[in-house]
Design a binder for this molecule. Structure first.
Ligand SMILES: [Ca+2]
Ligand SMILES: [Ca+2]
Length: 268
C-alpha cells in the first residue's frame, strides 16, 4: 500500500431514547439470534446506515420438519478484501463447520440460495475499521414435496407436480412432459404456486409451456420463464398438457404446481 492518508468515518444514529433504539430494527427485520418463523427478513445493525465496527453476529434460521429454507440476498455491501478476512458474511447450509455455502464481502448481486437441510446458519463479522451499508436477507421456508409427481401422466382428481430436484435448482438439458387428466364432467384448476426458471426475453432457453387440453398442439395458456407471480389457470377441458425444457446452462429452483378438479356446472 502507498503511504498517504486514510480517512475513516462511521455514521451514528442519534439516540432519541433507550426505548426507541431498542426497537429500531429496520422495518420489522430481525438482527441477530435464532428464528423459526416461516418467513422473515434480517438486516445488519443500523441498516441501511453503515454497520458498526467490531461486530460478531450469528443468525440461525430453523424451518419446520420437512421444510428447507429459501434465502434471498436482497442487498449485500461489506468492506471488500480479496479473501474477505476483514468484514464478512458466512452462510452455512446447516450448522456444521463443513457445510459452508459461501463467504461474502464487498458488493454482491441479489440472488437466492436454497438449503438442503432444515437450518441455515449465518455469521457476520466486522473488524476494527471501515464499514459499509451491510446486508438485507429474506427467508421463506419451502415444503419438501415428497408426494409430488415430476414428469409423466397423472390421472387423479388432485395432486401436485414439481421440477426435478425441487426446491434445489433443476438439472440442465431436461425435457419433461406432464399430462393431467381428470374425471368426466370436470375441468382442472391449476395453481402455479411457485415458478422460477432461467429468464430470457422470449423464454427460449428454459421454459414451461402450459396448454388447455391433452396434447402438444392444444391451445396454449402461456409459455413461462423468469420469476412468475403465483396464479391460477382454469382448463376448459378435462386435460392439461405441460412441457418443461431446460437448456445446457443456468438453472433455477423451477416450479411447484398443484391441481384440483372442478365439476362442470350444467344448466338445469
Ligand atoms: Ca471493517
Ligand atoms: Ca437454462
Amino acid at each position: 500500500m502507498d503511504s498517504g492518508y486514510k480517512i475513516e468515518w462511521t455514521s451514528v444514529v442519534p439516540v432519541v431514547s433507550a426505548a426507541t433504539t431498542q426497537s429500531s430494527s429496520t422495518a420489522g427485520c430481525e438482527g441477530c439470534g435464532e428464528f423459526n418463523a416461516t418467513s422473515g427478513c434480517i438486516t445488519s445493525q443500523d441498516w441501511p446506515q453503515n454497520y458498526p465496527n467490531n461486530i460478531d453476529c450469528s443468525i440461525t434460521i430453523h424451518a419446520s420438519p420437512n421444510h428447507t429454507i429459501r434465502l434471498a440476498i436482497v442487498e449485500l455491501s461489506l468492506e471488500y478484501s480479496v479473501s474477505c478476512q476483514y468484514d464478512y458474511l458466512e452462510i452455512r447450509d446447516g450448522d456444521a463447520e463443513d457445510s459452508l455455502v459461501d463467504t461474502y464481502c464487498g458488493h454482491v448481486s441479489p440472488h437466492q440460495l436454497i438449503s438442503s437441510t432444515q437450518d441455515v446458519y449465518i455469521t457476520f463479522h466486522s473488524d476494527v475499521s471501515w464499514s459499509a451499508s451491510g446486508y438485507k436477507l429474506e427467508w421463506t421456508s419451502v415444503p419438501i414435496d415428497t408426494g409430488c409427481g415430476v414428469c409423466g401422466s397423472f390421472n387423479a382428481t388432485s395432486g401436485c407436480v414439481i421440477s426435478e430436484d425441487w426446491p434445489q435448482n433443476y438439472p440442465n438439458d431436461i425435457d419433461c412432459t406432464i399430462t393431467i387428466h381428470t374425471s368426466a364432467n370436470h375441468t382442472i384448476l391449476l395453481d402455479i404456486v411457485e415458478l422460477n426458471v432461467e429468464h430470457s426475453s422470449t423464454c427460449q432457453y428454459d421454459y414451461l409451456e402450459i396448454r388447455d387440453g391433452g396434447s402438444d398442439d392444444s391451445t396454449l395458456f402461456d409459455t413461462y420463464c423468469g420469476d412468475v407471480t403465483p396464479h391460477q389457470l382454469s382448463s376448459t377441458t378435462q386435460d392439461i398438457y405441460i412441457k418443461f425444457h431446460s437448456d445446457v446452462s443456468w438453472s433455477a429452483p423451477g416450479y411447484r404446481i398443484e391441481w384440483t378438479s372442478v365439476p362442470v356446472v350444467t344448466d338445469q
